[in-house]
Design a binder for this molecule. Structure first.
Ligand code: F6R
Length: 241
């Protein structure tokens, strides 16, 4: 695992974008995309490189980590919409090649299996962008998640619902349930890139990077992976030993 501590969030964004750019330029790539605030600067930087330098995503496919259950894809809070608003609509990545779990599927369990199989059929992600929750989740694998779990339904902790309330009109509107890639699914990506900025992430980052490998800090599963880059600003790194 490499841990890179930068003096600014912008530098974190550039380093993450460098990794994605390298993968994209190496041939038709399968990108694993996180949503939420952490990767937004990276997506902005990649969009700039597309606009100004011609970096092309036309040969890429992409898989999202997760989706809320019961939020229509057309709603701005859906991760389907979020990734389009913040990345896909700004580059030449074909929207039809950007996949996410269907949180409105009639048979959610079957949808979870289908999504896991679709990632495997695509050959797995070449690079997986990750954020980290303040409770140590990656994807929406909340504390207690099996380290080998596959895509499935999870119940959000109240901490995560409170953290994500900023994306909704009221805290009550934050869904309780999500479909998320499992820790085992995420671990099959060939390169994990975890992005964290700000002091609110410091304890979770320290637990993930320096704590015991434990289902109670799901992000600690990255310690098992052969190729991990943890990109932090000073504040997110402030609880590291
Ligand atoms: C989102 C996701 C989550 C977020 C995490 C951090 O697709 O999988 O694990 O990365 O909740 O969220 P932000 O970046 O908004 O602090």
């Amino acid at each position: 695992m490499e841990v890179v501590i930068s003096s600014s969030a912008e530098q974190v964004d550039r380093l993450a974008a460098d990794i994605v750019e390298h993968v994209v330029q190496s041939g038709p790539a399968v990108l694993g995309l996180a949503t939420g605030s952490s990767p937004v600067g990276t997506y902005r930087e990649l969009s700039r490189r597309h606009r100004e330098n011609g970096l092309s995503f036309a040969q890429c496919r992409a898989f999202l980590l997760d989706e809320y259950i019961g939020v229509p894809r057309a709603a701005e809070q859906s991760y389907f919409a979020f990734i389009r608003d913040n990345f896909v609509d700004h580059v030449d990545l074909d929207g039809a090649a950007v996949y996410s779990p269907d949180g409105e599927a009639d048979d959610i369990a079957r949808e979870a299996q289908r999504y896991d199989a679709a990632i495997a059929e695509a050959g797995g992600a070449d690079v997986q962008i990750l954020g980290i929750g303040t409770d140590g989740h990656i994807g929406f694998n909340e504390p207690g998640s099996s380290l080998r779990s596959r895509t499935r339904v999870k119940t959000l902790t109240e901490q995560t619902r409170a953290d994500n309330a900023r994306f909704f009109d009221s805290p009550d509107e934050v869904p309780h349930h999500v479909l998320t890639q499992g820790l085992g699914t995420i671990g099959e990506a060939r390169h994990l890139v975890l992005i964290a900025t700000g002091e609110s992430k410091a304890d979770a980052v320290a637990a993930a990077v320096e704590g015991p490998l434990s289902a109670f800090c799901p992000a600690s599963v990255i310690q098992w992976h052969p190729h991990v880059s943890v990109l932090l600003d000073d504040a997110a790194a402030s609880a590291l030993a």
